[in-house]
Design a protein around this ligand. Structure first.
Ligand code: DX5
Ligand code: ZN
Length: 228
């Protein structure tokens, strides 16, 4: 069985927005695998963050994949604008999409990676009908809306469950986790089956700096056994 490294996607929500280009350059130099952009509309979640113009600017300064995590009420209405701005992947919430299958087909048609996210209270079974339509599952380990929250332990069994569902479906989809991820929680989520870790505060607010923080998460996470 081949060993493959866990992917790390820094969430720029925790970066200094006055120096965003520098923050992205630093995480890239430290070996980050993708840039995670948290898009909040003050409606689907009780916070407002950043959106399309910021993605467009970041696209000019990084070759890393840009993943937009859409925490917005109308993902269908904005997906193509994010793709035009330069994202490589779009992740949408099950809870915000009454016509999830249609939305996923729409994103697929735009030619970017298709991701689906589950809030902590949403069961894994919500994925059962769309498992073959996605490239990534994002299991939220906090309630979306804010960085710097505490990791919710009770989500761990759901990560295992999603892992089993993906394996049973022979799906190569990435299993991503987001919220409260740092060196202390990385191993637990990877042991449960996560392959990609989003981390904001633990990277950008790390007292020893960005590079050391990414390395610490990588060390803690270890490698993942290739499952397929
Ligand atoms: C929460 C966001 C996360 C958040 C992660 O709504 O989706 O990406 O920024 O931040 P930390 O790592 O600080 O929990
Ligand atoms: Zn996120």
């Amino acid at each position: 069985m081949a060993i493959r490294p866990i992917k790390i996607a820094p969430s720029i929500l925790a970066a200094d927005f006055a120096h965003l280009g520098d923050a992205v350059a630093k995480v890239a130099a430290a070996g980050a695998d993708a840039i995670h952009v948290d898009v909040m509309d003050g409606h689907f979640v009780p916070n407002i963050s950043i959106g399309i113009p910021v993605v467009r600017c970041l696209r000019r300064v990084t070759d890393l994949p840009i993943d937009a995590h859409l925490m917005i009420s109308d993902p269908m209405g904005y997906a193509s604008a994010f793709v035009e701005a330069g994202v490589d992947g779009l992740t949408v919430h099950v809870e915000g999409a009454p016509h999830l299958h249609r939305l996923l087909q729409h994103i697929r048609g735009l030619g970017v990676r298709v991701g689906v996210s589950l809030n902590p209270a949403t069961p894994a079974i919500a994925l059962s009908e769309i498992l073959n339509d996605i490239d990534l599952v994002l299991v939220m380990t906090v309630n979306p809306g804010f960085g710097g929250q505490m990791f919710i332990e009770s989500v761990l069994p759901k990560i295992r469950q999603v892992r089993e569902m993906l394996d049973q479906a022979h799906s190569p989809a990435e299993l991503e986790v987001d919220g409260g991820i740092g060196p202390e929680t990385a191993k637990r989520v990877v042991d449960a089956g996560a392959t990609m870790l989003v981390s904001g505060t633990a990277i950008f607010d790390a007292p020893r700096g960005i590079s050391a923080a990414i390395e610490a998460i990588r060390q803690a996470a270890g490698n993942e056994q290739e499952r397929r």
